[in-house]
Design a protein around this ligand. Sequence first.
Ligand SMILES: NC(=O)c1ccc[n+]([C@@H]2O[C@H](COP(=O)([O-])OP(=O)(O)OC[C@H]3O[C@@H](n4cnc5c(N)ncnc54)[C@H](OP(=O)(O)O)[C@@H]3O)[C@@H](O)[C@H]2O)c1
Length: 458
Amino acid sequence: MAASHTTDPRVIRVGMLGCGVVGQVLLKLLDKHRPDFVRNGFDLRLTHVAVRDAAKARPGLPAGIRVGTDPLAVAGARDVDVLVELMGGTTLAVEVACQALARGVPVVTANKAALARHLPRYLEAARSGKAAVAFEAAVAAHIPIMEVLERSLACEEISVIKGVVNGTTNYILTFMERAGCEYADALADAAAKGFTEADPRLDVDGIDAAEKLSLLALKAFGAYFPPEAIHTEGITRVAQADLRLAQAMDHRIKLIAAARQTQQGLSLRVHPALVHKGELLADVDSEFNAIIIEGPAFKELTFLGKGAGQLPTASAVLNDLVKLAREPGHSALPVFARESATGLRLADKDNVSLCYFLRLPVKPADAWRAIERIGKLGLRVLSNAQVETGGTTWLGVIVDVVDEPRLLALLPQIAAIPGVQGSPVFIRLDKDNYRDIVDREQSAYFGASLERKPGAGI
Ligand SMILES: NC(=O)c1ccc[n+]([C@@H]2O[C@H](COP(=O)([O-])OP(=O)(O)OC[C@H]3O[C@@H](n4cnc5c(N)ncnc54)[C@H](OP(=O)(O)O)[C@@H]3O)[C@@H](O)[C@H]2O)c1
């Protein structure tokens, strides 16, 4: 028999800032799950809503709720026990959330930009008001990664946390592969389907992913580095030829956000990367997100799920509200303090050593010679392929681990190789050790080598 409470439920009064895409679905979920709340001895009752346009029709908004246009008034209202911030932005939203926290009102937010950019303010306000902050919805919406890092892995040594955390760019890259089109057409399709923000640069330039990485690293390593400190590149320069060449060499291109412990410090990077098809991240398509955590004790944990969208986000917000209702003191800030975070510094952004993919326009008859010459420059070519797009033959090569400054210095020499008809474009590999990929492949296929014969193409 299901347990249920017989006494009157404890009423928790909710003030909501914003009633847009996510807020409207949260209204429905609050209504749908009311019987569950009551069975567990509490009720989440909406008392105030702040929006920009109070006259706009809001289906699902219960009668009798005060709808205004002043978020500060909601944050300061006496009949608000918890504030839900779903309005977005990094100025007023921060102001309002911090005011509520400072006066002891807990805050649930999906606003990764505000948190990642102004974390010290949230921390200070939460400390002074002794109020809880919950932000599961801010990173990878329906993947409960914050909870896992904060609680289940609180005292775990983590060496890497990485993932595909931006659904829009993942949709664009997947669309480019499937439709065989260039970036601009895929962006137009994503915009037409409503998958892009009002300012698409937040997604396509990697800014949204960097904000999420800042929060993931905060939880995984206990140290705060703002998004500006993260090496950030977007997907705007990924071309159809890159995707086809990567494909021909058993890779896919994804926007990867990665935090890695290295001997030089913590490496925080967001950029497009070739991911081998044997890796989980290569299979994450469209609006899905995936996060992988690596550590010596557990080796690898993987999480896959819907990373954005109104229902996954609203549902993550609701679950945070329920967590606070059940355990009022539990806060996602401050994070679990780790000794290892003391003095943790960032690794030099420019001084990485990785495997690299190069794409260069070539005369078809000279491709083989170009590969030899690249080898003579000291780069070990591990794989290669050729494709043709728009009348140009492109040679793609994957080269073994090399220091990035050295690779950059060699690019003009590669461009000058006879038969090479322009400057090479490079994209990093997700792995800093191609041997991992080869070894994995060999163990999976009993000896088959990934390393291809020069000239093999599609
Ligand atoms: N949508 C997603 O899939 C998703 C996923 C993860 C996280 N998030 C985050 O969730 C938050 C909400 O996203 P959303 O997609 O629901 O946004 P949205 O559809 O644009 O809704 C924003 C809401 O906030 C209100 N608002 C904005 N500025 C305001 C102001 N100055 N004063 C009062 N009200 C104001 C708007 O009022 P009006 O309705 O009157 O314009 C609207 O109701 C954002 O932080 C976003 O980054 C969204």
